[in-house]
Structure formats: structure tokens, C-alpha cells
Ligand binder design. Structure first.
Ligand code: BGP
Length: 490
């Protein structure tokens, strides 16, 4: 009998989005401003120059508050999920999704973060969304914080550097855990919690010019501690509210290869891999790894903890490890003169053996298997791939989008995922592609960097009908899910 290769029973196939890139409705029904609503789309900036896309000043924020513009503030409109959620969830159901990853926009619930009572209209919106998912047999997978903290904590507090923000996040978690008890069973606390190092404003509501005279890197470390404590408290609340809740951390899985077998290059690779693992280590083992504490000491950084912080973190480790994986890159002890290429929030040395996407990200399906094995061997807890996909330029010809390049990307990544499960013994709970439907790019704020199986008719300036179209990959993904992966080998 030919052994039929397929994914495990109850494998959670689905797709992922994030409120600040997808919802729109930036001021509707009582929603407060998030940091994302103030981020301008910078044109004529090299995609490799990630820092330029992320840089923001207090003046930039104040300028953004003077306008209702959505042409240059694309995250204010996203893909207008706010008014299309029934249609979008029905399309996801048509593909056979078992799970839909989305984030709750914190300022839709607590417009300023420090409000005494939540915004009922915001709570109602997510009730309607989760009811729609459940009607279609789709489980919501909810990210509590996905790059959209309330703007108020930037302007009237010191972002996540302020210890009070832990209490605000705790209040927010309590409200949504109670409200959606029984509707939501899968939760992530902070999206890519490690990314606060690379984009402190987006993740930590930190604007460098507001910390005159302070070592900004140390400000980020302290803010990150507050997020770790908040994450542990959220995990505790979610477990106590409903024992069926499963809570995951979420890591940017950046996978590095040494450019040569020169020991210095291999050491550099090991150091860079640890620079992201240290954050998932903290959330899985419930304590800072010694090498992170050693780095703090060597950098003269004194972490300020409150009594009870260590116990909270130790007593509330996560149940599973979720991560994003898009690409891999090379590193070298001496990168001088080496050709570089862009990646997810980083720039790396080009790997001569890999193709790149239209945005320079290196396509490496085997790198996904390497990442899965690394993470599973390190933590021995179930994994969940909650972001993986190809950002590409799609064109509509006679109403059709023939995105074979996206099908090829996913086919090769699904095959290595299955290898990791069947050959390497990795326990993989599920997979949500990023993004299952076109939405605004986090880094470049473009609509034209499309990831979806569903096309959204809107351009970088926000013009279009916002009609949804099924791409060729929509039908392919449907066949993969209904065959639980067997269609990969047809
Ligand atoms: C991850 C974010 C997602 C998504 C993804 C793709 O870091 O968690 O929100 O944006 O990157 O990146 P981009 O949108 O820049 O192509």
C-alpha cells in the first residue's frame, strides 16, 4: 500500500492577519488611536533600508494627528476588514480553514489604554467576528498585542517603559478573557516579542527623542521586561479564566547560516541565533537565560524588577511556541563588501544558493524545517507556525490572478513542514499563512506587497473597490486543506 503522506488529524490549517494592517475603521465606534495610525508610508525608500521605514519622531506623530488622511497613513484603512468581516470569514471557510489568526486592536477596547471602562462597541465587534468564525467551524487564534498599542501611552506615558502599562495590559486581558470565554481558546500574548529591539515604536510604543539623556537600548530592555511580566500575567489570567485556553509566545524565527565554514562565521551565526532565542527562552523557561543576563551586565544595564516579577514569570510559562518564518539569511564575522539582501525586519548577506522574492527576501523551504527542528529540540513543546508566506506583486488579468509563484512557495514549505513532522518528530499544532488575504505590509506599508490567497482591490494609495477576488492559490490551498496535505504529492 503506497504510504499516503498527510498531516496529523486535526491539524489546524488557516490564515493570519493583524488588526492594524487589516481592519481599517481607525476611528470608528469609539476606537482610540494606535501607534500604527500615525505611521506614514515612506515612498522612494529602499526596501533594504528597514530602519528608514520604521524611524519616527514625536513631530512625525504630531503631524499625523493634524490630518484625517488615509492615503499616506495606510494602516488607518487596512483592507477594511471592519466592514467586510462576514465576507472575508466566509471566504476563509470556503478554503476550509480550521483556524483564523487575528489580533484584537487594544485601543478598540480601551481607547487610551488607561480608561476606566472598556468600549462596548469595540467588544461587540469582536463578539460578532468570533461568532462568525464559530458559525463556519473556524477557531479564532487571537493575538492580544500585534503592533497596535494605544497612542496615548506614547504621548502621556513612556510607552512600555512605564511600569503602569503592565496594569493597563492586565485590565485589557481580564476584560477580553472573560468576554470571549468559550469563543476563543487559542491566544498569543505579544506578536514577535523580540521585535521590540528592531522596531521599538511599533512594538513598545517607544519614541527615541522622548528619552533624552537615556541609553535608548537600555530603555528598550526595560520596556521588554515589562512586556515579559505582562505576558506572564496574561498567561495566568487566561489559564484561570478558562482551563481550556492554550497560550503561546510568538517569536520572529530568523534563521541564519554562516557564509563560510570559517569558525568566526559559525560563531557569528550562533550569536545571532541566540539574539532571538533569548526572548522565547524567557517565555518558555520562565526566566532570563544567563547569556541575556550576561549581556545586560557587560553592557552595564541594570534591569529594574519589582518583587514578584521573577515568580510571575517562572510560574506562568507558555503552553506552545508560535513563530513567523519567511526566509533565511547568511551572516559573516566580517560582512564588509558582501552582497546584502532584505529580510523580515533585518538585512542579511545574500545566500548564493537561494532565490529571492520581489522584496529581496530569500526563499528557503529547507530553512523552515531547520527552524522547526531547532525550536522543537530546544523547547520540546508543541509548535505553531503562525506566519509564513510570499509577499509578491500580483496582477489581475481578465479577473484572474495566476499566482503560481505563491503556490510554489507554499507547496515547497508545506513539504518541508511534513518532513519535520514525519521524519524529525516535530510536534506541529497548525499553520496559519501570512497573510491569508491581502493587507498593508508592516515594513513598507504597501498594499502592493501582496501575501493573500484572496486579492483585495486596493492600491498603495488606498484607491480601489476593496472587492475581494479568489486567486489561483485560493483554490490550491482549498485542495491542500481538504486533502490534509495529500494534494501536495499529486
Ligand atoms: C511580521 C509581522 C506581520 C507581517 C509580516 C510580513 O514581522 O508579524 O505583521 O507584517 O512580518 O512583513 P511585511 O508586512 O513587512 O512584509
Amino acid at each position: 500500500m503506497k504510504n499516503i503522506r498527510q498531516f496529523p488529524e486535526n491539524f489546524l490549517w488557516g490564515g493570519a492577519t493583524a488588526a492594524n494592517q487589516f481592519e481599517g475603521g481607525w476611528k470608528e465606534d469609539g476606537k482610540g488611536l494606535s501607534v500604527a495610525d500615525c505611521v506614514i508610508r515612506r515612498v522612494n525608500v529602499d526596501v533594504k533600508n528597514y530602519a528608514a521605514h520604521q524611524h519616527i519622531t514625536t513631530q512625525d506623530i504630531l503631524d499625523s494627528l493634524k490630518t484625517e488622511d488615509t492615503q499616506f497613513y495606510p494602516k488607518r484603512r487596512g483592507s477594511d476588514f471592519y466592514h467586510h468581516y462576514k465576507e472575508d470569514i466566509a471566504l476563509m471557510a470556503e478554503m476550509g480553514f480550521k483556524v483564523f489568526r487575528l489580533s484584537i486592536s487594544w485601543p478598540r477596547i480601551f481607547p487610551n489604554g488607561d480608561d476606566l471602562v472598556p468600549n462596548e462597541a469595540g467588544l461587540k465587534f469582536y463578539d460578532d467576528v468570533f461568532d462568525e468564525c464559530i458559525k463556519h467551524g473556524i477557531q479564532p487564534l487571537v493575538t492580544l498585542s500585534h503592533y497596535e498599542p494605544p497612542l496615548n501611552i506614547v504621548l502621556n506615558y513612556d510607552g512600555w517603559y512605564s511600569r503602569e502599562v503592565i496594569d493597563m495590559f492586565t485590565q485589557y486581558t481580564k476584560v477580553v478573557a472573560e468576554r470571549y470565554k468559550g469563543k476563543v481558546k487559542y491566544w498569543l500574548t505579544f506578536n514577535e516579542i523580540d521585535s521590540i529591539i528592531r522596531h521599538p515604536y511599533t512594538s513598545g510604543a517607544l519614541v527615541e527623542d522622548r528619552f533624552e539623556g537615556k541609553n535608548f537600548t537600555h530603555v528598550i530592555y526595560q520596556a521588554m521586561h515589562h512586556q515579559f511580566v505582562a505576558s506572564a500575567i496574561a498567561t495566568k489570567i487566561l489559564h484561570e479564566t478558562d482551563p481550556e485556553n492554550k497560550v503561546g509566545c510568538m517569536l520572529t524565527k530568523l534563521t541564519y547560516y554562516p557564509l563560510t565554514c570559517k569558525p568566526e562565521d559559525v560563531l557569528k551565526m550562533q550569536q545571532d541565533m541566540r539574539s532571538t532565542y533569548c526572548y522565547s527562552d524567557t517565555q518558555v523557561f520562565g526566566e532570563y537565560p544567563r547569556y541575556l543576563l550576561t549581556r545586560f551586565k557587560n553592557e552595564g544595564f541594570e534591569l529594574v524588577k519589582h518583587p514578584g516579577d521573577d515568580e510571575l514569570m517562572k510560574d506562568n510559562p507558555v503552553d506552545f511556541i508560535s513563530f513567523s518564518y519567511y526566509m533565511s539569511s547568511c551572516v559573516a564575522f566580517n560582512p564588509e563588501g558582501k552582497e546584502t539582501t532584505a529580510g523580515n525586519t533585518i538585512v542579511g548577506i545574500k545566500n548564493p544558493y537561494l532565490e529571492t522574492s520581489d522584496w529581496g527576501w530569500q526563499i528557503d523551504p529547507i530553512g523552515l524545517r531547520i527552524s522547526m527542528v531547532d525550536l522543537y529540540d530546544r523547547y520540546r513543546k508543541p509548535l505553531f507556525i503562525v506566519e509564513n508566506g510570499l509577499g509578491a506583486k500580483d496582477t489581475v488579468v481578465d479577473g484572474k490572478i495566476e499566482d503560481d509563484y505563491r503556490i510554489n512557495y507554499h507547496r515547497e514549505h508545506f513539504k518541508t513542514m511534513l518532513d519535520a513532522i514525519e521524519l524529525d518528530g516535530v510536534d506541529l499544532m497548525g499553520y496559519t499563512s501570512w497573510a491569508c488575504i491581502d493587507l498593508v505590509s508592516e515594513s513598507t506599508k504597501q498594499m502592493s506587497k501582496r501575501y493573500g490567497f484572496i486579492y483585495v482591490d486596493a492600491d498603495d494609495e488606498g484607491y480601489g473597490t476593496y472587492n475581494r477576488l479568489r486567486k489561483k492559490s485560493f483554490y490550491w490551498m482549498k485542495s491542500i486543506i481538504e486533502s490534509n496535505g495529500q494534494a501536495l504529492f499529486k
